[in-house]
Design a protein around this ligand. Structure first.
Ligand code: OXD
Ligand code: MN
Length: 613
């Protein structure tokens, strides 16, 4: 660690570490405000990781796992009140309130700045202030997107090393380009007074996750949880990036990226937007069950879509790691994820510990261990009432440990996108797969994307919640303007090369109440149909809501499912759409004036086709 004293901190030492004048000035200013004991510039090296993780073990924040089971891996256990993103405390402080839209919290920027400035005043006292230069996406991209996170949490530094490209190499590139960077300031909000004993998971009851979109800056206070504290991820790569994308003509989306290769050797790239609890990580790491098809992954959470030189849409995953929900990720449901995790170099948060020094979570293995230490540190047995791992416990693992990672992941400017999937969790109404009539109809599908609430979430069960493009908590500006931007982008693109758009639903129920479609690896059959639609090979039925697979068009070979049973999953049911129309109207009413006319026209067209006009 740096040996600098308070006095040195105040003596503008930024310039000693970087020739990037704006960065040096920002770091010095933050140090003056937050008053840490020392300032440390993160280099991103293995030696640094080893040192920091050992310090975190010594402090009781991390538990080193049995290296024979999970090499170079650690478990962290958070404060029980700091386990998830805090949407009610997440703000988009645009200059004009209208620009944050109805999906975001807003406060007047200068009022928010004053509030945050007083909270950050002295917030790092007794701690080290870490400076993490990072880049989202590739440092060699045509337009690399830099950021610098300042944090007082070494857990954040270690996690950021997994999730993003960080350190001295990035800093040197920033200096060479005198690049713009997003200043991303984070404090757990737990200053240590002289002689005060630290806790294993410092945080503050008061939490603020704040974005200033015009300034492109982030201030995060009070939480150590990944989604609130690893600021390259949701805060930058989605909320701030969506604003940059609006202004610069691209899209920042909450999507996975898959590369599928047909038996003829033709490769396609598919991006998929899925709200939480809809099997996104499983689809990103799918093991196809259809013969001759190969799946590789490029990403599991965030996708940036830019226009290429020929007007094609190109996708990159700006992240370097997976920050996945652990429960439900298992050897039988997602072996590709498990093999990557088992290679180690991972940080687990709020999972359970096994007696032999490994980790476990619900759904990891078919056999449940006879004894565990649960995420709160209590003894746990299969008779225990509470889950052993917190339902939002996470694995944080380098993406290059995934065997099925496509080599195209490393392409600095991405690969051409051929199809977009929007997927929700619906028991009724939404067929297994529907191809949109055209781009605008596909944007309508994304704009009305929905899931039913499950018992896992607080509140009423079975209520339909709209989640446009699975971006509800992540759109950094007005939601209507965001949908209009999707339209605008398509007008700039080469119309021949526009990705085809599909709405999918793996969760429809049959008359007996069971799942009408087996899901998991069998979803590859749906992907195959989508690709064959692109190739003009697969048959479809034209319905009022779009194109669904014609009888016999979906490959069922080797699957124990009759055409009749398949019908239950794929059918369009006009009677179910009467309610759906009402619900979509209510949803669109929330946008007020900012709903694009093209989407209102889509709704009117749908009503007409359904005979509801
Ligand atoms: C995530 C999320 O953590 O969407 O990926 O909340
Ligand atoms: Mn996500």
């Amino acid at each position: 660690m740096s040996e600098s004293s308070d006095h040195q901190v105040l003596d503008a030492q930024g310039a000693a570490h970087t020739t990037h004048a704006k960065l040096a000035a920002w770091v010095d200013g933050v140090a003056q405000l937050t008053k840490p004991d020392s300032v440390y510039w993160v280099d991103g090296s293995q030696e640094e990781w080893d040192r920091l993780t050992q310090e975190l073990v010594d402090a009781g924040t991390l538990t080193r796992l049995n290296p024979e089971l999970f090499p170079n891996s650690f478990a962290a256990f958070s404060d029980p009140a700091d386990v998830a993103r805090v949407e009610e405390q997440t703000f988009i402080c645009s200059v004009n309130e209208r620009d944050s839209g109805f999906t975001n919290n807003w406060m007047e920027p200068s009022k928010m700045k004053a509030k945050l400035t007083s909270l950050f005043d002295g917030s790092m006292r007794g701690r080290t202030m870490y400076v993490i230069p990072f880049v989202m996406g590739h440092v060699d991209a045509d337009d690399p997107k830099f950021g610098v996170e300042i944090t007082d949490s070494a857990y954040v530094v270690a996690s950021m090393r997994i999730m993003a490209r960080i350190g001295t190499d990035v800093l040197r590139k920033m200096e060479e380009l005198d690049a713009f960077f997003v200043p991303a300031l984070h404090s757990v909000g737990a200053p240590l007074e002289e002689g005060q004993q630290d806790v294993s998971w410092p945080c503050n009851k008061e939490k603020w996750i704040v974005h200033f979109p015009e300034e492109r800056s982030i201030w995060s206070y009070g939480s150590g949880y990944g989604g609130n504290a690893l600021l390259g991820k949701k805060c930058y790569a989605l909320r701030i990036a969506s604003v940059m994308a609006r202004d610069e003509g691209w899209l920042a989306e909450h999507m996975l990226i898959l590369r599928l290769t047909s038996p003829e050797g033709k490769a396609y790239h598919i991006a998929g937007a899925f709200p939480s609890a809809t099997g996104k990580t499983n689809l990103a790491l799918i093991q196809p069950t259809i013969k001759g098809w190969k799946a590789e992954t490029l990403g599991d959470d965030i996708t940036w879509i830019r226009l290429g030189r020929e007007g094609e849409m190109r996708v990159v995953n700006p992240e370097a790691g997976l920050f996945g929900v652990a429960p439900g990720t298992g050897w039988s449901t997602n072996p590709n994820a498990m093999r990557g995790i088992a290679k180690g170099n991972s940080i687990f948060t709020n999972v359970a510990l096994t007696d032999d020094g490994g980790v476990w979570w619900e759904g990891m293995t078919d056999d449940v261990p006879a004894h565990l230490t649960d995420w709160r540190g209590n003894d746990w047995t299969p008779e225990s009432k509470e889950p052993a791992a917190h339902p939002n416990s996470r694995f944080c693992t380098p993406i290059d440990q995934i065997d099925m990672l496509a080599k195209e992941y490393y392409e600095p400017n991405g690969v051409e996108l051929n199809a977009i999937l929007f997927g929700g969790r619906r028991k009724t109404t939404i067929p297994l797969v529907t191809q949109s009539r055209d781009w605008t109809n596909g944007v309508f599908m994304g704009a009305t994307l929905s899931s039913e609430t499950t018992a896992a979430a607080a509140g009423q069960v079975g209520v339909v919640r709209r989640d446009p493009m699975a971006m509800l908590p992540f759109i950094g500006y007005d939601a209507g303007d965001y949908l209009a931007h999707w339209e605008r982008i398509s007008q700039k693109a080469n119309p021949e090369r526009l990705p085809k758009i599909f709405l999918v639903n793996w969760f429809r129920r049959n008359a007996e109440g069971g799942f009408a479609w087996p899901g998991f690896g069998e979803n590859s059959r749906v992907l195959k149909w989508a690709i064959e639609r692109i190739e003009g090979k697969a048959e479809a039925l034209e319905t009022p809501i779009g194109f669904t697979p014609a009888p016999g068009a979906l490959d069922l070979e080797g699957l124990d499912l009759s055409e009749d049973e398949l019908q239950e999953a794929t059918r369009f049911d006009a009677s179910e759409w009467a309610n759906e129309l009402k619900s979509i109207e209510e949803w669109f009413a929330k946008f007020g004036d900012s709903l694009p006319a093209s989407l209102q026209a889509e709704l009117e067209g749908l009503k007409e086709r359904l005979g509801a006009k």
